[in-house]
Structure formats: structure tokens, C-alpha cells
Design a protein around this ligand. Sequence first.
Ligand SMILES: CCC(=O)NCCS(=O)(=O)O
Length: 361
Amino acid sequence: SVCMKTASSSNVLSVIVGKVQTVLGPMDPEQLGRTMTHEHLTMSFECCYCPPAAGADPEPENPFQMQHMHWLRQNPYSCRENLYLQQETGAVRDELLAYRKAGGGTIVENTTTGIDRDLPTLKQLAKDTGVHIIAGAGFYVDATHSEATRKMSVEKLTDVIVSEVLHGADGTDIRCGVIGEIGTSWPITDSETKVLRATAHAQAQLGCPVIIHPGRSPAAPAEILRILQEAGGDISKTVMSHLDRTIFDEAELLEFAKLGSYLEYDLFGTEMLNYPFHLEVDMPSDSQRVKALAFLVKEGFEDRLVISHDIHTKNRLAKFGGHGYSHILRNIVPKMLTRGITQQQVDKILMDNPKHWLTFK
Ligand SMILES: CCC(=O)NCCS(=O)(=O)O
């Protein structure tokens, strides 16, 4: 039966090579269109609930009323109700229709094991809206690893990830088209190191795209690439997420960029004075994100940039007064064009780079 599985696995793989894999099946990469490389459409972020800080404004009684929108924007993780994006599939469906109208084609849905991935809902959303959706394989940060996950060997973890891509995940036949977001903390834990090694082994077998959530230290992204590379991963097909809250110093950023991964600015729309997961970090504004992109373009990295919003709480949906999934297309692109980034470079960032990354080798 091992032989049968290997034979059927190589048949599946031969169908995906040169293609991208959406929740509705393999697809010609030319069909992707404008692509947000890091979003969530249905998930729970309960693992990251933060009680309001001592002395700060407490959670309002009815947080989703207009007068509390500012509080929610500043304290998104201090309201449990706000962390259940999976309760808003209707609103997400409306937003995906709006995303298509705004010129969007594809969304990479980064929800992995640990934060309530829901593949049947993703498949239904793709059917209902015509937006191409690519689902993520693998595991989120250590705090969400189950005891069973922690006990798995690198080989077993590799088998799980490979199977999620080739055969389907969570007991369904719906296949993932990317590995990640693979979650890491700082310092990287033993269980996360095993998952990173498994990710690299799976990528070496599959020739597939990988996307990583780094811990909150400027040293984290390079350390992660070192682990992946040592285990046989393909850095040129790997996206490093959340650089906007991770590396601030321009020299350090250039040093990291030279390592060759894709560089992702994916918190567009997030404006927050106190970042509760790391109080020493000043969360940048959208203008500062655009400035970082313009800097990396000027330094010659236009072929490595990808962008997104990483919507993972309810308050960021248009239904709750948020910016929604079309903010980049409607507001950020025009801003980029006023800051020395050309239309051709914008097209690379939104179309060509995601296409090259997502295509199986
Ligand atoms: C699941 C969503 C996620 O991990 N988002 C990243 C948030 S942050 O670490 O950049 O604050």
C-alpha cells in the first residue's frame, strides 16, 4: 500500500507541476490575476487573546457599536468576540465580491492547523464569488500545537504536510496549494523547529510555495531561512511574512533581503498605537509601509516583494467599519504610484511575483 500511495502521489504531483493549486483544483497560473498573498477568510484567533492592559480602557460592553470602533482598532485582541472571524462568512462573501469588482483575482488563505482552518467553507466561498482561493498546509505557532503534534517526528510531520497538499486536509479531499503560514515564536521552540524542517522536506518533495510567520525579533527571519535551507528548503520559493512589524532598520532589512526569499508587507490597514504582542515595537502606518516598499524597489528588490492585509479579526471587515480586502487595490496602489513606484512595478508586486511564487516547480 506504501507503493500504491507513492504511485498515486506522483500522479497527483505530475498534474500540479507548472500549475497553481486552488481549493477548486489545479489552475493555469495566468488566471490568478491580482493576488493578496496573506489573508484569512475564516479562522479563530482565540489563542492570542490579550486582556486589556492595567489602567487602559476596559472592553466596552457592546464593542461592535459605532462609538467603540476606535477602541476596537486600538485593542483588537482584547475583545474575544472580535477574534472569531469564522462567524462572519456572509460578510466575507460580500467582501470577496467587492474584491473582484475592485480588480482582485486571488487570495492566499493562510489559516493552518491551530487556528481553525475550514476548507469546506473556503471551497464554498470560491464557488460563490469566483475569487480563486489557495489554502495553506501545516501548523501555526507552538502555543497552538496539540500534544499529538508535539510528539510527531520530522518525518511524520512531513507526511502530514505532503498529504495535505497532495490528497486533502482535515479529512476532506480539498487540497492545499501552499505550505503556511507556518508559525514560529521567538525564540523558535523545539516543536516549531521540527515543523520548519518538515516544511523544508515537504517543499523539496513537492516544489511548492512556502510562507512563514516569523517571531517578533529582527533576528527571526534570517534564523528561519537558515533552518529551512539546512533542511533542503527552497528559499527562492519562500515568503517571509510580517516584515512590517519585524525588521525596521534599513541596513538590516537589506541584509535580510539579500538572502533571497520573497519579502512580504502584509499588515496594510493595521493602525495601532500599542502593539500588545511586543510593546517595544511601534506598528508602522500604511504610509510607512509604502515608504518601505519604495525603498526596497529602489534597492532592486521589485521581483521579491508581495503585499497583503492579513485580515484576522472581525473589526477589519467593512461590515464593522474596517478597511476590508480591497483596501490595497483601492487606496494603497494609488499611494504607491505617488511615491515613485511605477505601474509596471505595482503589477509585478500584485501579479507577477505571486504567480511565480505560487506555481509548483
Ligand atoms: C493568524 C494571523 C496572524 O498571525 N497575524 C499576524 C499578526 S502579528 O504577529 O503580525 O501581529
